[in-house]
Write a protein of this length. Structure first.
Ligand SMILES: *Cc1c(COP(=O)(O)O)cnc(C)c1O
Length: 394
């Protein structure tokens, strides 16, 4: 297989190009035959060989590699400043492939005590029965994570930061030291921050996970996932398992995700601008008793977030004075904010975690307050978002 992808990413990084320049150019040069400035959707399953084994550019079969996916993978590697990127059919497909690549039955992992629900289910119901044990710990508590590690058995320390929906912050540098002291890898799910706001590999993480369904794709029109790894040895293991398991991103999905990444920087800045406006508005609203946002001074993770994030992101959670009933009613009354699960798209979404995304964890350690509302603040006109919330809060 060709190493065109990582060479390409390296070259862009060596040129010292800025984030937005890499988002737009890394991973693809205009097509040599037509000059097409945007990578074509290579809707092909196989490739003509020039004599047996005479592959053109390393392409043999589209599960193994497809040029549209290659362009996306190289772009992601460049944005996260990693050695190599890998694109999958979903975030969970990326996670499963990584765990199969790096772990063996009998191994142990530490995961966040407020992990994304689908991630928790994967560990508890799929990897667990296969033989991978897990312990949960709060990512915001470095000592708790260290205490959960079992030297010699822990293969991965898995972190999300910010977490969902309570936006807890894990100190990536400190957690990398904890993992490495124990001979484990630090894996960071960077879905909520996106590579524009936070680059975990630069802070010492070994692998970055994305649900590209969220900010990377950014338009709520495609489901996808990605891994970006820091070192060649891990890259080879992941590449082998990506091809062997086969949960790859198709060429259409890869194209949409890459199209999304081109504008990640401008979208994230607007998401953050609007989130800050919403936070200021909610903080002063009489029907709101708590606003949770890492950009607030009083947020327990504020200092760490300020160190490791460029800005604080587009997700805002808050609690209402009127309890569960008011929270549920508010979610049903907005008109600009759409009542829906997921996050990270251009359109603003509102949801009630207790009855929606986090309903399955009711009664466990992962249970969230019943009066909690989560917003994925989109990039619409800020005044319209504030007016909508004001109306819905009554
Ligand atoms: C959505 C999400 C996932 C899962 O990704 P899918 O693309 O839905 O499979 C994993 N982690 C986080 C933080 C998410 O928000």
């Amino acid at each position: 297989m060709t190493h065109r992808t990582s060479e390409h990413a390296d070259r862009d990084q060596e040129k010292g190009a800025g984030f937005e320049t890499r988002a737009i150019h890394a991973g693809y040069d205009p097509d040599p035959t037509t000059g097409a400035v945007i990578p074509p959707i290579f809707a092909t399953s196989t490739y003509k060989q020039d004599g047996v084994g005479g592959l053109r550019g390393g392409y043999e079969y589209s599960r193994s590699a497809n040029p549209t996916r290659t362009a996306l993978e190289a772009n992601l590697a460049s944005l996260e400043q990693g050695e190599r990127g890998f694109a999958f059919a979903s975030g969970l497909a990326a996670e499963h492939t990584l765990l199969q690549a790096m772990c063996r039955p009998g191994d142990h992992v530490v995961i966040p005590d407020d992990a994304y629900g689908g991630t928790y289910r994967l560990f508890a119901k799929v990897e667990g029965p296969w033989g991978l044990e897990h312990t949960t710990a709060a990512v915001s508590d470095v000592d708790a994570v260290r205490a959960a590690v079992r030297p010699g058995r822990t293969r991965i320390v898995w972190v999300e930061t910010p977490t969902n929906p309570l936006l807890n912050i894990g100190d990536i540098e400190a957690l990398a030291a904890v993992a490495h002291d124990a001979g484990a890898l630090l894996v960071v799910d960077n879905t909520f921050a996106s590579p524009y706001l936070q680059q975990p590999l630069v802070l010492g993480a070994d692998v970055v996970v994305h649900s590209t369904t969220k900010y990377c794709g950014g338009h709520s029109d495609v489901v996808g996932g990605a891994l970006v790894v820091r070192d060649l040895e891990v890259a080879e293991q992941v590449a082998f398992h990506q091809n062997s398991i086969g949960a790859v991103a198709g060429p259409f999905d890869s194209w949409l995700t890459l199209r999304g990444l081109r504008t990640l920087g401008v979208r994230m800045d607007r998401h953050c601008d609007n989130a800050e406006r919403v936070v200021r508005f909610l903080t002063e609203h009489p029907a709101v008793c708590q606003v949770i946002y890492p950009g607030l001074q009083q947020h327990p993770g504020h200092a760490v977030a300020s160190r490791q994030m460029k800005r604080y992101g587009g997700i805002v959670s808050f609690r209402v004075t009127g309890g569960e009933e008011q929270a549920v009613d508010t979610c049903g009354r907005t008109e600009v904010f759409t009542l829906a699960e997921s996050l990270g798209g251009i359109e603003s979404l509102i949801e009630h975690p207790g009855r929606m995304t986090h309903a399955s964890v009711a009664g466990t350690d992962l249970e969230v307050p019943a009066d909690l509302i989560r917003l994925s603040v989109g990039i619409e006109t800020a005044e319209d978002l504030l007016a909508d919330l004001d109306r819905a809060l009554g």
